[in-house]
Design a protein around this ligand. Structure first.
Ligand code: KG4
Ligand code: ZN
Length: 337
């Protein structure tokens, strides 16, 4: 089964062709990053306008570089929630009419589940496993029971982890998008130059919940209070010290959740899963007997291949959507304990 996957939930206009859920024939990602750069953040109105202008060409490019024609497609999968509503609507409308014109089924895909599924395309992992979804919009630790069934154990109670990376980078004018820049700068910095507040656990009922606004505020407004004696106030040191704690907050909950649930497998997804420190710390869990997977870098950030891959699973189970498929900005993927 050859599935076209379309992703337009934020600032990446992407289309991919995936055969049988795992063979990526093409994965075109037209990023709008340069066009949002002057604003140091995604401008929703601009994003949807660019998707409208680009989507047809991106889909054509995905089909051409897969070496097929549109008549070879068996189905279309499209991100339909959550995300920027105007951007989602472009993808959903396009996918619906494209599929109808070809007389093939289409299915709306949840972006969060797609990020959690991304690593399954390249490195299938047996269910259940501990899912770590870390992106610009979400920070979730969950028990992934199947491609469609996710129990949330903990989430951020304020900023998403990627949002914290982006806001710190924006404040210090380090560059955009913030996560990639901080990751790069941190490699040449001292992670203990600033001892920012770290991964203390709340003693309330939601042990796996996290907060990133305290860390972000400390880095932005009270930096000097946390500087260790003699440490230099450089972008590299700020980046390394912030990143150490941002990853530390997450990893502490991940380790606790693994211990409490008894799960032996872990998989990460989302843009921040591209972070080199987080990847190294997750990989380190293998020394304690856990199996760890994450997507290759291209499948961490938003892409059509994860949408096509997950779409394939639903379609194989006989599911598809009807003409009433719409876009939704809201998160619906999870039930929370
Ligand atoms: O998954 P994604 O492309 O979009 C959302 O669904 O949010 O994630 C984008 C986020 C941004 O906040 C970006 O700064 C962050 O992922 N990111 C990173 C890295 N690469 C992307 N954060 C930390 N380290 C990275 N290497
Ligand atoms: Zn995403």
């Amino acid at each position: 089964m050859i599935v076209l996957g379309i992703e337009t939930s934020c600032d990446e206009c992407s289309a991919a062709v995936v055969r049988d859920g795992h063979e990526i024939l093409s994965n075109i990602i037209a990023t709008q990053i340069e066009l949002h750069k002057p604003y140091q953040g995604v401008v929703p109105e601009l994003a949807s306008r660019l998707h409208t202008e680009w989507i047809a060409q991106v889909v054509e490019a995905a089909i051409a570089s897969a070496g097929i024609t549109k008549n070879d497609l068996d189905a279309v999968a499209v991100t339909s929630r959550p995300g920027l509503l105007g951007s989602l609507l472009v993808g959903v409308s396009f996918a619906k009419f494209y599929a109808k014109a070809l007389g093939i089924p289409f299915i709306g895909i949840d972006h969060i589940r797609a990020h959690l599924y991304a690593s399954q395309i390249e490195n299938p992992l047996e269910y259940p496993y501990l899912g770590v979804l870390v992106s610009g919009g979400h920070t979730v630790i969950c028990k992934v029971n199947s491609y469609d069934d996710v129990d949330v154990l903990g989430t951020t109670i304020d900023d998403a982890i990627g949002e914290a990376f982006d806001k710190v980078a924006k404040f210090y004018d380090l560059g955009y998008p913030g996560g990639v820049v901080i990751d790069r700068l941190a490699k040449n910095g001292n992670p203990t130059a600033f001892l920012f507040p770290g991964p203390s656990l709340d003693k309330d009922e939601h042990m796996y919940d996290m907060s990133y606004s305290g860390l972000k505020t400390a880095v932005i407004n009270q930096k000097d209070k946390f500087r260790t004696e003699g440490a230099e106030d450089t972008p590299e040191n700020i980046a390394a010290s912030f990143q150490r704690q941002a990853v530390g907050i997450l990893m502490k909950r991940v380790k606790l959740a693994l211990k409490d649930t008894g799960l032996k497998r872990v998989s990460a997804g989302g843009g921040v899963a591209a972070n080199s420190l987080l990847r190294a710390e997750l990989k380190d869990l293998e020394k304690s007997g856990y199996t760890v997977t994450f997507p290759s870098l291209k499948l961490c950030t938003d892409n059509g291949a994860m949408v096509a891959g997950l779409g394939y699973r639903y379609l194989m189970d006989g599911k598809s959507d009807d003409d009433f498929l719409s876009a939704s900005a809201r998160v619906t993927a999870f039930k929370k304990f």
